[in-house]
Design a protein around this ligand. Structure first.
Ligand code: FES
Length: 477
């Protein structure tokens, strides 16, 4: 299942190593996650559900859904989509019981004597928003620390092989993978410390974080905090939607574009928005057959240029269609789809079965905003922004003083907007510490102008509506 030839990407695999899956010796390459290595060896069932013992594969591949929990070297509940494989490691399926309770570990956290780090601005999330926030805050003269639970920074950019739209300032005609490299290179020349493989498990007033790093509980004391935790993929309801082989579009991109592993051989894509159509194209580039794209809406949501390219390559885009059920016992073996009428009801007699081994869901994202709720920020459920978001002002500061948001966690948009929001939050947080100079003021105005430009036109309609609702909620908070 490994990709050996690709039109854009070159996979530089690490040293060949071996580990054990349920005592069976498995090949892997250094630098791969456990889940990617298992997938490359054809293993799809990673765990079983606690009550019904149903098979579980992975779903998000970025540490957000807990679908890939396994026992690793005797430790239960390890997210195998995040942890890198090591020589001689022992990995086992687990039955879902025996969750680790971190609540004990964080009790009286503030009073405990544990290793403590200090910084001016703590940034949670090392994706496009977090990296941009750090760059602009550090350039304004403050120290930053970025915490990210993945093994490399860049967030979703590290798997985006398509070129960005927009102006030169918004990295137009540059691939996401190259943008992330530019941002990462830039922070290495600034007073920014980047901590990967690090989970932030709690926020305590004022600006104190509990983190887990290399299995050790630590404290981070900052003067300001920026939350840039991104988003989680949406699931939707259909029979057998928990079978291994039902993957989020981001997980499919991670497998293919980061680890060079094919998600399957025949894929049904669900969702004809930009992500569904772009990932379909990437699957075709990697040599995977895309059997069809189904879209419940009567129209295609993706940019016409992307959709036409896919149609020319022979992939049918079936609008007003949805999934009725995934078929298979331990993994996806086929899928039943059905046509919908204008009332979103299934039309009897239009069912058809397609033989596939993978169902890829590109049905939207929702903000990963849990830590904002835990921090006590006032939240609102705004469907136009993707879900629960924190109320914030024009500087992206929430109702908790000194706590800022940036990127998808503040409302689902594109990576270009996430970078601009990160820049704005970084400038605002730094300005509140060192004083808002004229230069900072000008940069903030330019950034707001850039955000307005990105949100223009029919594609920005939903975002503009969500932002207006958020502004009203802020005024009446
Ligand atoms: S947490 Fe690992 S697949 Fe989602």
């Amino acid at each position: 299942m490994r990709i050996n030839e690709h039109p854009i990407l070159e996979f530089k695999r690490g040293k060949l190593i071996h580990f054990y899956f349920n005592d069976q010796k498995i090949d892997a390459y250094e630098g791969e996650t456990i889940a990617a290595a298992l997938h490359a060896n054809g293993v799809r069932v990673l765990s079983r559900s606690p009550h019904l013992n149903r098979p579980r594969g992975f779903f998000c591949a970025i540490g957000k859904c807990s679908s890939c929990l396994m026992e690793v070297d005797g430790i239960p509940n390890v997210k195998t989509c995040l942890v890198l494989v090591k020589e001689g490691m022992h990995v086992r399926n687990q039955a879902g019981k025996g969750r680790i309770e971190n609540s004990q570990a964080v009790t009286s956290f503030l009073n405990r004597t544990i290793p403590t780090m200090t910084t001016d601005i703590a940034i949670i999330g090392g994706g496009p928003a977090g990296l941009s926030a750090a760059i602009y805050a550090a350039k304004a003269g403050v120290r930053c620390m970025i915490f990210d639970e993945n093994n490399q920074p860049g967030g979703q950019l590290i798997k985006q092989t398509h070129m960005f739209f927009g102006s030169r300032e918004h990295y137009a005609r540059i691939r996401g993978i190259d943008i992330s490299q530019k941002l990462i290179t830039e922070i290495t020349q600034l007073p920014v410390q980047l901590f990967t493989d690090t989970s932030v498990i709690g926020y305590f007033h004022p600006h104190t974080l509990a983190i887990i790093q290399a299995g050790e509980l630590k404290k981070v004391v900052a003067r300001k905090t920026i939350i840039a935790t991104g988003a989680t993929e949406n699931m939707f309801t259909f029979k057998n939607n928990d079978l291994p082989g039902v993957y989020g579009a981001g997980a499919v991109q991670t497998l293919m574009n980061v680890y060079g592993v094919l998600p399957g051989k025949r894929v049904l894509m669900v969702g004809a928005g930009n992500i569904g159509v772009i990932v379909s194209y990437q699957l075709l580039q990697a040599g995977v057959e895309v059997v069809a794209i189904v879209e419940a809406l009567p129209t295609i949501g993706a940019y016409q240029v992307h959709a036409s390219k896919i149609a020319r390559m022979g992939v049918p885009i079936l609008t007003s269609h949805t999934i009725k059920q995934a078929i298979g016992s331990d993994k996806v073996e086929a899928v039943e789809i059905v046509q919908l009428n204008e009332k979103w009801e299934e039309i009897p007699g239009t069912e058809s079965i397609k033989e596939v081994d993978t169902i890829c869901l590109a049905v939207g994202l929702n903000p990963s905003s849990e830590i904002l709720s835990q921090a006590g920020a006032q939240m609102r459920y705004l469907p136009a922004l993707g879900g629960n978001v924190a109320l914030h002002d024009d500087d992206l500061q929430t109702t908790v003083p000194g706590l800022y948001v940036a990127g998808d966690v503040s409302g689902i948009e594109e990576a270009s907007s996430a970078m601009l929001e990160g820049r704005l939050a970084g400038l605002a947080a730094a300005g509140s510490l060192v004083g808002t100079s004229e230069k900072i003021q000008i940069l903030k105005s330019e950034t707001r102008f850039g955000l307005d430009k990105l949100r223009e036109g029919p594609f920005g309609d939903k975002t503009r509506r969500g932002i207006n609702q958020l502004k009203i909620a802020w005024e009446h908070r």
